[in-house]
Design a protein around this ligand. Structure first.
Ligand code: HEM
Length: 270
């Protein structure tokens, strides 16, 4: 009987010929690669050192002390609003594409971990919600990532470069799209039960390789922005509330008169 791929746990089928321990070890290796890549990045760029020194310096310029309740409220609001809705991208397609990719990836990763650690042995009964979340998350990531890469990234959108020009900055988004896309195709082919044929194994190999590139490439890619951006958003909002404003001058108390020229074109040449 043909299985519905959206509701089938691909790791359970894989668990019929690969030990679940091996799958779990792969996840642990990926987490280790994220930690190592991010730490080496932090040591090399000295960005976190700068961040804390800057925050300490700015604190001296604070005009008021924040109570712990107030701090918790600011952090909570930042997590829910600034980070949860990627508010720094403003209104528009850039933000929608990012939200699709971000939540798609989060669903895909959480469902992967749950299915690999709890339901990857051939005798397990996977609650239907997990494979659905995994496949929907993968589809969202492919849609959001492709929308961004083909149409919205700065080189194409603002610098008139052709869409097929690939540079190192594309490593993260392309590896992210590849993991979801190859994972989805592998899962689909597996449910066709093609027997001795190698189709699903080829895509399983591509899925593994793209994961190694995504997680092994943290040092060279933009992967770590998902940790840096939230930290920076929290610091910015705390600095605004305590009056230190990161040592920046306050906004001018004057009407916003920029002349009509500013309306001529949507700003996109950064
Ligand atoms: C699972 C978490 C996340 C994923 C998978 C993700 C994914 C991505 C991807 C694929 C890009 C395009 C990278 C490129 O420039 O080539 C990107 C850019 C960006 N991300 Fe994230 N992101 C995540 C979390 C966050 C968070 C938490 C924030 C902010 C609070 C954030 C803010 C941004 C910004 C501002 C850009 C630049 C967007 C642009 O150039 O249009 N991201 N992200």
């Amino acid at each position: 009987m043909r299985m519905n791929f959206l509701t089938t746990n691909p790791f359970e089928l894989l668990g019929t010929w690969i030990s679940p321990i091996l799958l779990q070890s792969f996840v642990v290796l990926m987490v280790a690669l994220i930690i190592i890549g991010t730490l080496v990045d932090i040591i090399h760029k000295k960005n976190v050192k700068y961040f804390f020194e800057n925050a300490k310096k700015a604190k001296k310029a604070a005009t008021r002390e924040l109570g712990s309740g107030e701090r918790v409220a600011i952090v909570a609001k930042t997590v829910v609003y600034d980070i949860g809705t990627t508010s720094e991208l403003g209104a528009g397609k850039r933000r929608v594409a990012h939200l699709l990719g971000m939540y798609g990836t989060i669903l895909f990763w959480i469902a992967s971990v749950v299915m690999i650690f709890l339901y990857s042995s051939p005798i397990s009964q996977t609650p239907i919600v997990w494979p659905i979340l995994w496949h929907v998350g993968g589809i969202m990531t492919v849609l959001g990532g492709c929308w961004f890469w083909f149409f919205l990234r700065v080189d194409v959108y603002s610098e008139a470069q052709p869409w097929y020009r690939i540079i190192q900055a594309d490593l993260f988004v392309l590896a992210l799209i590849a993991t979801s896309l190859f994972g989805l195709i592998w899962s689909f082919l597996q449910t066709l039960a093609l027997g001795e044929r190698w189709d699903d194994k080829v895509f399983l190999a591509l899925y593994i390789i793209s994961n190694l590139v995504l997680f092994g490439g943290v040092y060279w890619s933009k992967f770590a922005h998902m940790f840096y951006k939230p930290g920076a958003a929290i610091q910015k909002n705390l600095a605004e509330a305590d009056g230190s404003r990161d040592n920046l001058p306050p906004e001018a108390d004057a009407p916003e008169q920029f002349g009509l020229g500013i309306k001529r074109e949507v700003p996109k040449h950064y």
